[in-house]
Write a protein that binds this ligand. Structure first.
Ligand code: 3HC
Length: 293
């Protein structure tokens, strides 16, 4: 199927402008797509667009884009709090919290709003695409498009086909991902965690269990993996970066599906999330970022 026969994607919708959503908006707008991004309130939208501007400013300061690109990228982005505005989108990428019911509600609404040709993608990293697709009358046009934080920097895009995802939708998302200058991997099964989180979630949870068992200090776990395995961040730094609430949601989704003890969230993680210690985004997680501002 050559690119000419694929559904043409010109306008992209992104549901959610959080840590991941704002990064997805950035890479789509920088690649030249018109982007509509939604949030649940004007306040959340304002915060999300602020994250977008901050990231573009950082890219500008690091010489990753020109002043013209910076301005042109922002010009391509329109914010809204009304999902009806996605009626103009050829592709919509949902990037909200890792909760199946929340995603199903959004996909049900998008199915009613978006034109029949539109492809509906989820940035989920652990929830079954098949189950999300079942909320729509277009399961053949529903696919997983999993980006990695920080989206402008991490070159990977993980595609996940649901049981009924069509070859046309898959090829259209491959071509789209390549236009975003992403390297594509494909999860061949709609299994919990797909490829990356199948490995990352047990790794992170085992680090927490090791800390609880007194194997080593948190700092030494991180140093060990940075200096011993050449990781850019150690497990605790990385979980703080991803968000402990996200880690918990993903682990719970995977455990719910498999009952595999490797994905059972340790009590420490639940307690931290209950205490509002979400990692970098809340100022405190395993490490305290408040002093660093
Ligand atoms: N736009 C463009 N480029 C940017 C940028 C931005 N907003 N922010 C940073 N960069 C570039 C910098 O210019 C730099 O590139 P250069 O070396 O060519 O100049 C490079 O990115 C590194 O950035 P920094 O120097 O500012 O920061 P660090 O060197 O400390 O790296 C990091 C920060 C890239 C986050 C690095 O620590 C890292 O890669 N950490 C691991 C991240 C990771 O594993 N993410 C995946 C998490 S799992 C996930 O997301 C899945 C989900 O389902 C949970």
């Amino acid at each position: 199927m050559d690119n000419q026969t694929l559904p043409q994607i010109q306008t992209v919708g992104v549901v959610g402008c959080g840590l991941m959503g704002s990064g997805i908006v950035e890479v789509c707008a920088r690649a030249g797509y018109q982007v509509v991004v939604s949030e649940v309130s004007q306040e959340a939208l304002h915060a999300g667009l602020g994250r977008l501007r901050q990231s573009l400013d950082k890219g500008l300061s690091r010489g990753k884009l020109s002043q013209e690109d910076h301005a042109a990228t922002l010009d391509r982005v329109r914010g809204t709090t009304d999902l009806e505005d996605f009626a103009a989108c050829d592709l919509v990428i949902e990037a909200v919290l890792e909760n199946l019911e929340a995603k199903r509600q959004i996909f049900r609404r998008l199915d009613e709003i978006c034109p029949w040709h539109s492809i509906l993608a989820s940035n989920t990293s652990s929830i079954s695409i098949t189950k999300i697709a079942a909320a729509t009358d277009r399961p053949e046009k529903v696919i997983g498009a999993h980006f990695f934080n920080p989206v402008p920097v991490m070159p990977l895009l993980e595609l996940v086909r649901g049981l009924q995802t069509s070859e046309e939708s898959y090829q259209a998302l491959r071509a789209f991902g390549e236009r975003l200058d992403k390297r594509i991997v494909v999860a061949l099964k709609d299994n919990p965690g797909f490829i990356v989180n199948l490995l990352f979630v047990p790794y992170g949870l085992d680090a927490i269990r090791g800390l609880e068992q007194g194997v080593a200090s948190m700092e030494d776990f991180d140093t060990a993996m940075k200096l011993g395995m050449n990781h850019p961040m150690g497990p605790f730094e990385l979980m703080d970066f991803v968000g402990l609430d996200t880690m918990l949601f993903i682990a719970e989704a995977m455990y719910e599906e498999t009952k595999d003890p490797r994905y059972a969230a340790p009590p420490r993680l639940r307690q931290m999330v209950a205490a509002g210690m979400m990692g970098r985004k809340s100022g405190r997680g395993f490490y305290d970022y408040r002093a660093k501002g």
